[in-house]
Design a protein around this ligand. Structure first.
Ligand SMILES: [Zn+2]
Length: 311
């Protein structure tokens, strides 16, 4: 359970008891009490993160950063409410939902620099009025393209027949083949706590890393700092998997019908970021949902909301 955020919390002097322990923080010497796993153990005294290297040697993670929480409880609720109400049909969802628990925690994320090259091909409808509902959705790509081409001919014929009566009929329907390459760079955040799937952005959210600072427990305002149990190697393979999704999404903005795509991700060594994250539970019409908000930028990382709500 996280404590409520208190910006005025007294700065605690990190003074570990001097009792001998088999596992000690090599940053401050305090005893470590690993919970679920040994991948990322946060020292409760100084906040340093110890990881078990291969061979079982404990080492402190040097590239360990944090973002500052800038949201008060009220501001976090407001940000969540705004996101809930976004969209014409979704007005007053927030007002008609029952707020459950609201928790702020420092959650560990691996930030994995990932570069992606993707080769794709497909077809694109060009010309005014392209793709006006005549595509046969769910068909194979080839059939779709053929269907569209046929449609173009039909339109042209119709236009020729009605030329004298109606000059404005659109005759410019065309399908062109697209073969292209995407190259992109992402800093993909991978949540480093196995059970925290709801904290994992899967839609391209990125933290504002330009505001990061070296991790300093005194800057956390007394908020819970979570340990983790996901290794960097695991995070890298998750980032590679996510980058497939991003590349596909990007390719779909360039074609109307994506026929094939080959994605080649490369992941690099990253860093560990403790991000202040607000987790809100709410119930709408009896359904339990959640919103996860970045306390540094105020942006929604992930969440659930009703697809629409008329009343
Ligand atoms: Zn320590």
């Amino acid at each position: 359970m996280g404590q409520p955020y208190n910006p005025n919390a007294p700065v605690q002097q990190a003074r570990p008891p001097s009792m001998p322990q088999s596992m000690k923080c090599s940053s401050c010497g305090g005893p470590l009490s690993p919970g679920s796993g040994l991948a990322l153990v946060v020292c409760e005294y100084c906040g340093a993160v110890t990881t078990m290297g291969s061979g079982g040697a404990a080492e402190v993670i040097q590239k360990h950063y944090m973002l500052e929480n800038k949201l008060s409880n009220e501001a976090a609720l407001e940000a969540g409410g705004k996101w809930l109400n976004k969209g014409v049909l979704r007005r007053k969802v927030a007002e008609r939902s029952d707020l459950g628990q609201v928790t702020l925690r420092y959650v560990p994320y691996w930030i994995v620099p990932t570069s992606v090259v993707a080769d794709f091909q497909g077809t694109k409808n060009v010309g005014a009025g392209a793709g006006t509902g005549m595509m046969m959705h769910g068909d194979t790509g080839a059939k779709k393209a053929a269907g569209a081409a046929l449609f173009a001919l039909t339109m042209a014929a119709a236009a020729a027949g009605s030329q004298n009566r109606n000059q404005s009929v659109n005759t410019q329907q065309q399908v062109v083949r697209v073969r292209d390459r995407i190259q992109m760079q992402y800093n993909i955040p991978i949540v480093a706590v196995r059970g925290y799937t709801k904290y994992q952005p899967d839609d391209g959210f990125q933290f504002q890393l330009q505001s990061k600072m070296n991790f300093d427990k005194r800057q956390t305002g007394g908020v819970d700092v979570q340990s983790g149990d996901v290794t960097e190697a695991e995070a890298k393979s998750q980032a590679a998997a996510l980058s497939h999704k991003f590349a596909e999404k990007q390719a779909k903005t360039r074609v109307d019908n994506l026929e094939s795509i080959q994605v080649y991700p490369t992941t690099y060594d990253g860093e560990l970021l403790h991000a202040p994250v607000w987790f809100m539970e709410y119930a709408h019409k009896g359904k339990q949902m959640f919103i996860v908000i970045d306390g540094s930028s105020g942006s929604v990382i992930e969440g659930e909301r009703p697809s629409f709500s008329l009343w």
